[in-house]
Write a protein that binds this ligand. Structure first.
Ligand code: MLT
Length: 263
């Protein structure tokens, strides 16, 4: 493991049975998964929602550790400490980028993979440039800079219009994150490698979930995942933008439960 420092990660869990570790996207925390903690946890499924390093109540990575590999290693170290030998790993968006790194480095710990609204490719030059502009914005204005850049794109049109409470909760979730955690995550996303070449080595059962109206990672990007990962299945969530776990939790939880039953 690249990283020998003991990472103290905060998590919330419910239920017992097949362990399912949930990694939130950028720049959220474990509360992203509140509907899954309540709706999926049962006798058959132990749902563990983590705060990634630098988010929620988890310690940040060191500044010079800004890589997806460092996040993945911190999670592997945490899982070992928790006595979790094998588990299903679910990653939303940036959590998915980390899940690709985790699969590359710690495949033996995985019994399944769930990739939510994520993509395997690296950033384009223009995408990278946008990330570094956003870092400057966060240095000046804190998390409000991310709210202004991202919030309008996160939700399906109907959610934005009819579910103001979800939009408000998400805004609060972003505003409570630290500048340091946000900046390290942006830098790690900008510099992440292309995970496409390793996809055919993912041999565990894999579920790909997309939001039918995701404006940040448009659903067709899942097609590449589906054709490259040997045992992958795809579910598209109706009425979901980039946040389908909150926007249509019934459909989302149904897909998770059906997948867990097949393991
Ligand atoms: C996320 O939700 O984690 C981000 O939108 C991912 C990204 O900016 O690439």
């Amino acid at each position: 493991m690249a990283n020998t420092k003991k990472h103290d990660l905060h998590s919330i869990e419910r239920g017992e049975g097949t362990p399912l570790v949930l990694l939130h996207g950028f720049p959220f925390d474990h509360a992203l998964w509140k509907e899954q903690l309540h709706g999926v946890a049962s006798k058959g499924a132990r749902i563990i929602a983590l705060d990634l390093p630098g988010f929620g109540r988890s310690n940040p990575l060191d500044g010079d550790e800004a890589t997806m590999d460092a996040y993945a290693d911190a999670i592997a170290e945490w899982a070992e400490k928790e006595g979790l030998e094998k588990f299903v790993l679910a990653g939303h968006s940036m959590g998915g980028y980390i899940a690709f790194a985790f699969a590359r480095r710690h495949m033996e710990m995985l019994s399944g993979l769930i990739l939510v609204c994520t993509r395997p490719g690296a950033d384009s030059d223009a995408g990278k440039e946008g990330r570094y502009k956003l870092i400057t914005e966060v240095e000046k204005r804190g998390p409000q800079g991310v709210v202004d850049a991202m919030l309008p794109k996160l939700f399906a049109a109907q959610t934005a219009k009819e579910r103001p409470e979800i939009v408000a909760e998400t805004r609060e979730m972003v505003l409570r994150q630290s500048r340091e955690g946000i900046i390290t995550a942006i830098r790690s996303m900008a510099e992440r490698p292309d995970s496409t070449p390793g996809l055919d080595a993912i041999k565990v059962p894999t579920l790909i979930i997309t939001g039918a109206e995701d404006a940040i990672i448009p659903a067709p990007e899942a097609d590449g995942l589906l054709s490259s990962i040997p045992h992958a299945k795809h579910v598209s969530i109706k009425g979901g933008g980039h946040m389908p776990m909150l926007e249509n939790p019934n459909a989302f939880n149904k897909a998770l439960k059906a997948f867990i039953r097949t393991l």
